[in-house]
Design a protein around this ligand. Structure first.
Ligand SMILES: [Zn+2]
Length: 184
């Protein structure tokens, strides 16, 4: 449902590439130009016709790490980037959507499980990366573990089975490391 999530997640200099990509004002269709704004002390994209300041906000993504009897569920991605690498289920939050509900929805879509969020693990963000990732721990309520359209495989891992060399993203590594540093 959200094919661009991991794409931007993966980019090294997303703010830069996004500025190059966005050329027109969403309000009036005028051309955007980059101008240094004294009051904000940084360059912003401004519409040359209606003078709207176009802010490039971060994208917010949410995911869960479903847990059962000391094991966690990961999925093997079937889309680029990081195709064939492992991560936990997650994706973009829609505007107006409750964050924890988005995490639960993405989990159902990507691995087939119904989960209940039990706690917030942490929030992951990196310099120059335009996605903020919010990760919850979750308890499995039901459903059937099965890969969605964007996954090749889904399975349980005990802590000593986690494929550290085959994880998809920095946020995947950081979240799992943080989880293992706690009591699972
Ligand atoms: Zn405009």
């Amino acid at each position: 449902m959200h094919p661009h999530f991991h794409d931007s997640h993966h980019r090294l200099h997303p703010s830069h590439s996004e500025k190059e990509r966005i050329k027109f004002c969403y309000r009036c269709g005028g051309s955007l130009v980059e101008k240094f704004l004294m009051e904000e002390n940084k360059p912003r994209l401004i519409c040359s016709r209606c003078e709207l300041i176009v802010y490039l906000d971060p994208k917010v993504a949410a995911g869960t790490i479903p847990q059962k009897e000391g094991k966690i569920v990961l999925l093997k991605r079937d889309i680029e980037p990081a195709r064939g690498k492992w991560t936990f289920p997650g994706g973009y939050i829609d505007r107006g959507e409750v964050v924890s509900e988005a995490a639960i929805r993405e989990t159902k879509e990507e691995i087939g499980l119904d989960v209940k969020v039990t706690s917030l693990l942490n929030v992951y963000s990196y310099p120059g990366v335009d996605v903020v990732v919010i990760v919850y721990l979750a308890e499995i309520l039901g459903g059937e573990l099965s890969p969605g359209l964007e996954a090749q495989e889904v399975r349980f891992f005990s802590p000593d089975e986690i494929p550290w060399e085959e994880l998809a993203f920095q946020s995947t590594r950081d979240a799992l490391r943080e989880l293992l540093n706690r009591k699972m």
